[in-house]
Design a protein around this ligand. Structure first.
Ligand SMILES: [Zn+2]
Length: 282
C-alpha cells in the first residue's frame, strides 16, 4: 500500500525484501525515487503521479542495483538523475544480471532505466516549494546516495539504512559505518528505508542508526579479536559471530533469509579485516 510518510512524500512498496520506492510531490513537479524491479512497479508509480495531476517526467536512481533500476520502463525518455558512478555500476552489473535472470545482456540493457543527468558529489533538485538534496552515503555500494528533504526533515536512505533486513554490505563496511555516522548529524523526523518499514520520530531514527553502527562495529571488533589471536579458519569465525547475540530480536529471524543475510555481513567484514592485515584464510 502506498503510504504518505510526510506531507507530499509517499513510500511505494515493491517486491524485493519489503522494498520501498518513494514519490515526492512539490508545487511545480513530482519526482519518483527508484523504480523497483518489475515494469508494473514503476508503472504504479507513474499512475500515482498522474492521478495527483503531475507528469511522471523526473526520476532519481539512488544506486545501480537491480531492484532500483529494472522497473522503469514507463519512465523511458524522462529526466533520470543519478550519481555518475551509477553509470559504471550499471554497466558492471549487466552481465551478472543477464545470467541470474536467464536473459540476453541486450534485453537487460534495454530494461534498465539509464541515467540521463549525472552528478559527481551533491545535487539539489527543486520541486517548486521543496528542495531535494542528494549526497553520497557509500558503503552498501560505492555509488549510493541518500536524499534529504529539509522542509519535512525526511531522509530517503535507500539501502544505506535498511530497517527490515540485516545490513547488505557489497562495497565497504568501514564506509557504510562512516556514512551512517554522518546521517546521525542530520535532523531526521522521518526515515524511509530501501528495505523495511519507515521510521517516524527523531528518537526512533537515532536509535536505529545507533543500532546499525553498533552492529557493524561490534561484528568488526569480534572478528578482529579472533584474527589477532591467530584464527585463520573463515568458517570458525562466521560460526562464532552468532545471529542471536548480534541481531537478536531487532529483526525477524524467520523472514527474508535473515540468518544468511547476517552471515553475509559477517563474511564481508571478516574478509575486509583479513585483507587489511594482508593475511590469507587457511
Ligand atoms: Zn542496493
Amino acid at each position: 500500500m502506498i503510504a504518505e510518510e510526510a506531507p507530499g512524500i509517499f513510500s511505494v512498496p515493491h517486491s524485493a525484501a519489503e522494498g520501498r520506492n518513494v514519490i515526492a510531490l512539490g508545487e511545480e513537479s513530482a519526482i519518483a525515487i527508484d523504480v523497483g524491479t518489475h515494469p508494473e512497479e514503476g508503472g504504479q508509480m507513474a499512475d500515482f503521479i498522474r492521478a495527483r495531476g503531475y507528469q511522471p517526467n523526473r526520476v532519481i536512481i539512488t544506486h545501480g542495483h537491480r531492484d532500483h533500476i529494472l522497473g522503469g520502463e514507463v519512465f523511458r525518455g524522462v529526466d533520470v538523475f543519478a550519481p555518475r558512478k551509477t553509470v559504471g555500476e550499471i554497466r558492471r552489473q549487466i552481465p551478472g544480471l543477464a545470467k541470474q535472470m536467464g536473459l540476453a545482456e541486450d534485453v537487460i540493457r534495454r530494461r534498465v532505466l539509464h541515467p540521463t543527468i549525472t552528478f559527481d558529489d551533491q545535487l539539489w533538485i527543486d520541486l517548486g516549494d521543496r528542495q531535494l538534496h542528494l549526497f553520497p552515503t557509500p558503503g552498501h555500494s560505492p555509488d549510493i546516495v541518500s536524499v534529504y528533504i529539509s522542509d519535512c526533515r525526511l531522509l530517503v536512505a535507500s539501502d544505506t539504512v535498511v530497517t527490515g533486513i540485516a545490513p547488505a554490505i557489497f562495497h565497504s563496511s568501514v564506509e557504510l559505518e562512516a556514512s551512517i555516522n554522518r546521517l546521525k548529524q542530520l535532523e531526521i523526523e522521518t526515515l524511509i528505508s530501501g528495505h523495511g518499514p519507515a521510521l517516524h520520530g527523531q528518537a526512533v531514527v537515532q536509535d536505529w542508526l545507533n543500532w546499525l553502527t553498533t552492529y557493524i562495529s561490534g561484528v568488526r571488533s569480534a572478528v578482529a579479536g579472533m584474527i589477532a589471536e591467530g584464527e585463520r579458519d573463515r568458517e570458525a569465525i562466521l560460526a562464532s559471530i552468532g545471529y542471536d547475540e548480534y541481531i537478536g530480536d531487532r529483526l525477524p529471524k524467520n523472514k527474508h533469509g535473515m540468518p544468511k543475510r547476517h552471515r553475509n555481513a559477517v563474511a564481508k567484514i571478516a574478509d575486509e579485516e583479513m585483507a587489511t592485515r594482508c593475511y590469507d584464510w587457511a
